[in-house]
Write a protein that binds this ligand. Structure first.
Ligand SMILES: Cc1cc2nc3c(=O)[nH]c(=O)nc-3n(C[C@H](O)[C@H](O)[C@H](O)COP(=O)(O)OP(=O)(O)OC[C@H]3O[C@@H](n4cnc5c(N)ncnc54)[C@H](O)[C@@H]3O)c2cc1C
Length: 525
């Protein structure tokens, strides 16, 4: 193999184990081919992707095993216990924190052959799927019957429902339909000792702590989820789009907070800060043009960015024009989509317009919403920056509304102050009556990529903790955020999480080295 691994070399697993696994799942579903080992060595953790283009992968797994159902998973897990082989479940590999990267070169358990739509109960509106189904296929199956799950993450074409549960994913329409934990009613999973657990699908029960919630966000450490029971919705009767321009992020946050603190539940609410408003909707005020030109010139003079870098960043801005776009110049754009029953949508539209007026929002109409809808799966900027030697990534955090304005201001400043930073911008896209999720995109062209990457993440995490926020809203922990987990959970909280994981997985078989320190990746010798 001519690639190098930069996290761990991996280790050999017994030949007999592989031979027995082949008998369980079939020879063609156990791959030790170099191209498969490399493909499954990295998820969408952007530093890993960055290194891969220079021939360095995080770690080399020993084999990729693709079982077809719960029973085959059970047999593989029992065998893994017998031979002390570690297993990392792998859904779509779209996770952005390295959660699906196997530390010890253990085997990858690829769930994508478990991809069936099992049933739909139209009375209770409950659908059952195998866990390895890709999001777009899940939605197609439901849409065909007049339903939708309502979970539309940007990664829907490359992520699985098992991955969504394991990372506590949140989709773009989450303010109305909720996050994956609001949709998950029950599941089937194989536990680390090979037992099969079935959690029956009901909306709520009072039978002790919720077992379902142990799996939500467990990142492959507690069990391998093979089936999920999901609450689904009829496709909406009516859709209404609104957008407004506000003077500041703070005013926009106040306006949205007041909307979500009524009974209104818009499916989509997004606040774009001034930089992201410009990037999405292509508008720059005269004052900002001068300010930007001055900023850019001084960055070039100080050698912070090259003209090539600037052309990449400029190319990312939308070249569009529509009636009213000038009203967004130098402003903060907020878009809304209300959908569902016609009568409710009518009322929600009234509430939104009334609140916008109270906060002096300038109405821009449906066009910005249509622009966002047409661009929402476009991620070309990331690969372009990586290809050109830059570093780019996104970070999502959450805080109470009370802390949100100060957190926004400080996080932008602290991340922009890291040497090598070129762009730091943010939007809010998931709201609750109490809280809002802030999503930051940053890009830099530093001399030392790893240092820039680590310093920027540290700045973001520490600023969030300082403002009483939580370090992740929906991407999860993987190993990238693991160093910040003690500060996030407290010493007692981290110990409790570690104790639960270690008690369930006594042999340290499932995805070691993730979530918290202490699920000892070296435990299995
Ligand atoms: C371009 C892009 C856009 C994104 N947009 C969003 C977004 O809008 N919202 C959002 O929430 N996230 C988003 N993400 C992040 C990512 O898509 C989610 O974290 C997603 O839930 C991961 O699903 P996956 O199937 O790819 O899981 P993987 O990356 O394969 O795995 C993630 C973790 O789950 C575990 N796992 C996977 N399947 C199982 C299973 N069946 N049983 C037990 N453990 C399992 C893995 O071991 C790993 O720890 C985005 C990522 C990218 C690259």
């Amino acid at each position: 193999m001519n690639v190098k691994s930069f996290l761990s070399k991996g280790k050999d697993i017994p030949y007999e184990f592989i031979e027995e696994v082949k008998r369980i799942v079939g020879e063609k579903y156990v791959s030790e081919k170099e191209r498969d080992l490399i493909s499954y060595s990295v998820d969408y953790w952007l530093y890993g992707v960055y290194k891969t283009q220079f021939g360095e992968i995080p770690v080399i797994p020993s084999a990729v095993v693709s079982p077809k159902n719960t029973e085959e998973v059970q047999k593989v897990v029992r065998l893994a216990n017998k031979y002390h082989v570690q297993i990392t479940p792998f859904g779509g590999g779209s996770g952005v924190l390295g959660a699906a990267i196997p530390f010890n070169g253990s085997i990858i358990l690829n769930t994508q052959r478990m991809n069936k739509f099992i049933s739909l109960d139209e009375v209770s509106q409950v659908a059952v799927f195998e866990s390895g189904i890709i999001g777009t296929n899940l939605e197609k199956e439901l849409n065909y019957k007049g339903y939708s799950l309502g979970n539309i993450p940007q990664s829907i074409p490359c992520s699985t429902v098992g991955g969504w549960v394991s990372t506590r994913a949140a989709g773009q329409f989450s303010t109305k339909y909720g996050k994956i934990e609001d949709m998950l009613l029950g599941l089937t999973a194989v536990l680390p000792d090979g037992e099969i657990l079935r959690i029956k699908p009901v909306s709520r029960k009072s039978t002790g702590p919720s077992l379902k919630h142990i799996f939500l966000g467990s990142e492959g450490t507690i069990g391998i989820i093979t089936e999920v029971y999901l609450s689904v919705h009829k496709t909406p009767e009516k859709v209404v789009k609104n957008s407004f321009a506000f003077d500041s992020v703070e005013t926009a946050l106040d306006m949205v907070r007041e909307v979500v603190q009524t009974d209104a539940k818009p499916a989509v609410v997004r606040i774009f800060d001034k930089d992201e408003t410009e990037r999405y909707f292509g508008v720059v005020s005269k004052r900002d043009t001068y300010r930007q030109a001055f900023g850019i010139a001084s960055k070039i003079l100080k050698g912070k960015v090259s003209p090539k870098v600037l052309s990449i960043l400029n190319e990312s801005k939308n070249k569009i024009s529509f009636e009213g776009m000038e009203k967004l110049a130098g402003k903060v754009a907020v878009i809304f989509i209300s959908e569902g029953d016609e009568d409710f949508v009518f009322l929600e539209d009234r509430v939104i317009k009334k609140k916008a007026e109270e906060y002096n929002g300038i109405s821009i109409g449906a066009k910005p919403v249509d622009i966002w809808l047409s661009k929402r799966f476009d991620v070309h900027l990331g690969p372009t920056i990586l290809r050109n030697g830059g570093i780019v990534d996104t970070i999502e955090v959450v805080s109470l509304f009370t802390d949100a304005p100060a957190l926004y201001n400080d996080i932008i400043v602290s991340m922009s102050n890291v040497k090598g930073a070129v762009s730091v911008s943010g939007h809010y896209s998931h709201f609750y009556p109490e809280s809002a999720c802030l999503y930051i995109t940053f890009a830099g062209f530093p001399k030392d990529q790893l240092k820039y990457y680590e310093d920027t993440w540290t700045a973001a995490m520490e600023t969030t903790l300082r403002h009483n926020g939580s370090i992740s809203h929906h991407h999860g922990i993987g190993f990238l955020r693991k160093p910040f987990m003690q500060k996030e959970l407290g010493i007692a909280g981290e110990k409790l999480m570690k104790d639960v994981i270690n008690a369930v997985d006594k042999n340290h078989i499932f995805n070691p080295g993730k979530l918290v320190e202490g699920k000892d990746e070296e435990a299995v010798k």
